[in-house]
Design a protein around this ligand. Structure first.
Ligand code: UT7
Length: 379
């Protein structure tokens, strides 16, 4: 029996139009364009006026049109990300409904910033083992809604966005052929969004009122280490040299992290897709949005090797090795689009800020829960 592979046959992004600049951020935070640009490479990011399910649906419709696939033929919708309007029902079921993908299973997959890559690995494995044939994998975030906009350590770093790919069973050797997946859980407390989850119930906290634990320097070092080692390992495991890699599409958390990983892996920056200056860190959406931009700007070559290293809360990490197929152009286009935004990005952020408790009353509750590692330490 021939091997089955999971070809990437469709791709589409959905970027909200409203732009929040570094100067916008300095209207309410003690920060500057100079600090943000020099420390992160970021100049601007997007703020969404619609829900994450709407962003995902438009991205998925574009990806399906690109693949020429009817949503009714989908077996699986994977919604990768941390941004859920609700936990029950899950977000993937909302996308399944909006697409009319009535035959598809619907799964939310949360490994924070690596969610899209983990989703791609999961769907690929399901296709390669014959469990399913056609899947859409989404990477999406709507971080603006639960950002702590009073904290300059994190508020300047993140943005909203979405993109999706379609995977289809193929007997040609292509798609994701290798992956190193892991989790540096020892440092999981260095990136925590307080306010979500059962641990906070009963403390009078409203959704969107968060406190972020974020030890930037530790995360930075561990991100470079994990993405670099995973990249070198996945290449060695599959006998692919750094020279053979045509493109690196990394998670976009910080330009300096990307440069360090590329250097360690021995791949020049000319081969690296960088979007961090335009979109900031969109967590799970960074890799698929950068992939779509690479395809749309003609940077993906037929039959080429692509490396996708990523890192995020957990602290989860991965590096995927993808062999692109022959086709680098869409089979069709979709007319799906977002409604126009009626507010500027800064107006939307100011609205969210106004809804966050200015007196810190509910923030007290955010400190209360006892977390796993504290319980373990107490044993
Ligand atoms: O996607 C998931 C994972 N996320 C990441 O991988 C992010 C990893 N970390 C980073 O990218 C970097 O650590 C940051 C960009 C977050 C911070 O850069 P840094 O060079 O590590 O800066 P720092 O945290 O050491 O802060 C340096 C100074 C501090 O002031 P003092 O103590 O030296 O007086 C901060 O208070 O910069 C200050 N600072 C700011 N100043 C202006 C922190 N944030 C800001 C800000 N504007 N937004």
């Amino acid at each position: 029996m021939p091997n089955t592979y999971a070809a990437i046959t469709g791709w589409g992004a959905c970027m909200p139009p409203a732009i929040l600049t570094n100067d916008d951020l300095s209207t309410f935070l003690d920060t500057s364009d100079e600090w943000i640009t020099s420390r992160t490479g970021m100049k601007e990011r997007r703020i969404s006026h619609v829900t994450a399910v709407e962003l995902s649906t438009v991205a998925a419709k574009r990806a399906l049109a690109c693949a020429g696939l009817d949503p009714a033929d989908l077996d699986m919708v994977i919604y990768g990300g941390v941004s859920n309007e609700e936990l029950c029902p899950n977000s993937a079921s909302g996308v399944q409904l909006a697409l009319g993908a009535t035959k598809a299973a619907a799964v939310d997959l949360n490994t924070a910033c690596t969610s899209f890559c983990y989703g791609l690995a999961t769907a690929t494995a399901m296709i390669r083992t014959g469990l399913i044939k056609n899947a859409v994998v989404i990477g999406v975030e709507l971080i603006s809604r639960y950002m702590d906009w009073s904290n300059r350590n994190v508020a300047v770093l993140f943005g909203d966005g979405a993109a999706a790919v379609v995977l289809q069973a193929s007997d040609e050797e292509q798609g994701m052929l290798g992956a190193v997946l892991g989790c540096d859980a020892e440092a999981r407390q260095t990136l925590r969004v307080r306010g979500f989850g059962c641990g906070y119930s009963g403390y009078g906290i409203t959704f969107g009122d968060t406190l972020w634990d974020f030890d930037g320097q530790v995360i930075f070092k561990r991100a470079v280490q994990a993405m670099s080692h995973a990249s070198v390992k996945v290449l060695a495991d599959h006998g692919v040299s750094a020279e053979q890699v045509s493109l690196v599409i990394p998670h976009q958390a910080n330009l300096r992290i990307i440069e360090s990983v590329a250097k360690y892996a021995g791949i020049p920056m000319e081969k690296v897709i960088v979007t961090v200056q335009k979109y900031g860190n969109m967590s799970a959406a960074t890799v698929p949005v950068a992939l779509v931009e690479a395809l749309e700007s003609g940077r993906v070559q037929p039959d080429s090797w692509i490396l996708m290293p990523a890192f995020g809360g957990g602290l989860t990490y991965c590096s995927l090795l993808v062999k692109w197929g022959k086709r680098v152009t869409p089979l069709g286009t979709s007319d799906a689009a977002l409604p126009p935004a009626t507010q500027t990005a800064l107006e939307m952020v100011n609205t969210i800020r106004a809804g966050q408790d200015p007196h810190g009353r509910s923030k007290a509750g955010l400190m209360a829960p006892v977390f796993t590692e504290q319980r373990l330490a107490a044993k």
